[in-house]
Design a protein around this ligand. Structure first.
Ligand code: SF4
Ligand code: SF4
Length: 442
């Protein structure tokens, strides 16, 4: 019987590894569809930024209580993996609590620490669930934000329920294990009491040993299968940020937020017009300006899309959204990810090659009205806890609409005309700029 369980367990580990690796391959391939952009300068500064923002979760502590609860879930997620490692080793080799002899009397202390984390995760997840479902934090509500309708709202709740159930399984497993230890069952060597699960022991003390072994084994399998399912699920969910937040913050922009990138090809044209450069024979002419689809965005823009936590802090701070415009920076990131996912599925179905599907990011996913509503204020960039830059995508899509399709609003065209002729957005000659000073008293 034991050997059957071991074989089953090894098959499960293999299947989980294969599904996660396959999904990681698709994500990495779609991110690499983006154009090149060098983000490898100043490695020490980048490392410090990653440690501060992703590891230290600095921006989450703008709201201290939420920051603390989020940190509890995050630490629980990272550190409980040591216990998961023990479970995996036990599952493969048919042992039970293989780390117990290694840690000796500290083992009970270690498991008690994991139980403390499990209870912290449980409490934090219950509070987060209440915030989503009962308190109804405005930025998370589908009724207020159409991008949260359907799967995104469900995803946010599902993962919390998933974590609550997994934590209950750990505590039940440990409580049943402790009772079996006290009864001297050969498969459950004594390790001492664990901090929290001992309070659940009264639930199990009146159950006969055979049934209790079944309960303990059920909780053990339930917990580990849950972990494997979680590992696969995360790669399809907004919770991918628990991994991508690290590279995403490392490769974030180091230049000041207000600095916009010029388009080298346009700068070059202007320099040629002003006689500062000579036209070069055979110089490559771009197919189009700006970005119309994900292939025109940089790989970092695409990694941003996969890293988005859908928290909506950007949208809650966006003046365009607050004043009722159609723009939501969170939706910009979610739409970009949706397009990436569609392209990824297309590639999977076509031997790894993208086959033209007649769609593009601007128009089919993000509307012109949305990108034109942006004031370029950078509030979304400032608010994002994982240093995502929705504005960068908006500006590139806007460049495409205006420069390639000449689809600017009439008032903007008048401003462009004025810039061209008057070197200022206003409709008067540069020579008249100081007219207002003429009647001033000295
Ligand atoms: S930069 Fe644009 S999208 Fe971002 S907050 Fe400002 S107006 Fe909203
Ligand atoms: S872009 Fe950042 S702030 Fe906006 S929803 Fe995504 S993670 Fe949250």
């Amino acid at each position: 019987m034991e050997i059957v369980q071991q074989i089953l367990f090894i098959l499960l580990v293999g299947l989980t590894g294969r599904l996660v690796a396959r999904r990681a391959g698709v994500i990495s391939k779609t991110i690499r569809l983006g154009r090149d952009e060098d983000r490898t300068d100043q490695p020490e500064r980048r490392l410090a930024m990653m440690l501060r923002i992703a590891f230290g979760q600095k921006k989450m502590f703008d709201k201290p209580l939420i920051g603390f609860l989020h940190l509890a879930v995050y630490l629980g997620f990272i550190l409980i993996n040591v216990e998961v490692l023990e479970i995996v080793i036990d599952g493969i080799f048919g042992t039970h609590r293989v780390f117990a002899p290694l840690f000796g009397k500290f083992y009970a202390l270690l498991i008690s620490f994991f139980e403390f984390l499990a209870v912290s995760v449980l409490v934090a997840c219950v509070i987060f669930l209440i915030r989503r479902s009962i308190v109804k934090v405005p930025r998370l509500q589908p009724a207020r934000h159409r991008e949260m309708n359907g799967w995104p709202a469900l995803d946010g709740k599902l993962i919390l329920i998933f974590e609550i159930v997994l934590m209950i399984a750990i505590l039940s497993m440990n409580a049943a294990d402790s009772v079996l230890q006290a009864r001297g069952h050969a498969h459950y060597p004594p390790t001492g009491n664990f901090l929290f699960s001992q309070f659940l022991k009264p639930l199990f003390v009146n159950i006969n040993t055979g049934s209790l072994v079944v309960i303990e084994r059920f909780a053990w399998w339930f917990h580990i299968i849950g972990i494997f399912m979680f590992a696969v699920y995360v790669t399809y969910s907004k919770h991918l940020h628990i991994i991508l937040a690290f590279p995403n913050t490392y490769f974030a922009k180091l230049v000041p937020k207000g600095k916009m990138d010029n388009m080298p090809v346009i700068t070059n044209e202007v320099r040629i017009m002003l006689g500062l450069e000579q036209p070069q024979e055979g110089a490559a002419v771009p197919d189009h300006f700006g970005a119309k689809d994900i292939q025109d965005l940089s790989w970092k823009n695409l990694m941003d899309a996969y890293s988005c936590t859908e928290c909506g802090r950007c949208t809650a701070a966006c003046p365009a959204n607050i004043t009722g415009k159609k723009l939501s920076p969170r939706k910009i990131m979610m739409d970009t990810r949706d397009r990436l996912e569609d392209v990824g599925r297309n590639m999977l179905a076509n031997n790894g090659q993208f086959v033209e599907d007649g769609k593009q990011l601007i128009g089919d996913y993000i509307l012109e009205e949305e990108i034109l509503a942006c004031t370029t204020c950078n509030a979304c960039v400032q608010e994002c806890p994982v240093l995502i830059n929705p504005l960068d995508i908006i500006l590139q899509l806007r460049k495409y609409k205006i420069m390639d399709e000449a689809k600017a609003p009439a008032s903007w065209n008048a401003m462009f005309q004025n810039l061209d002729t008057n070197q200022a957005p206003w409709k008067f000659s540069p020579g008249d700029r100081l007219n207002w000073t003429q009647n001033l008293q000295s």
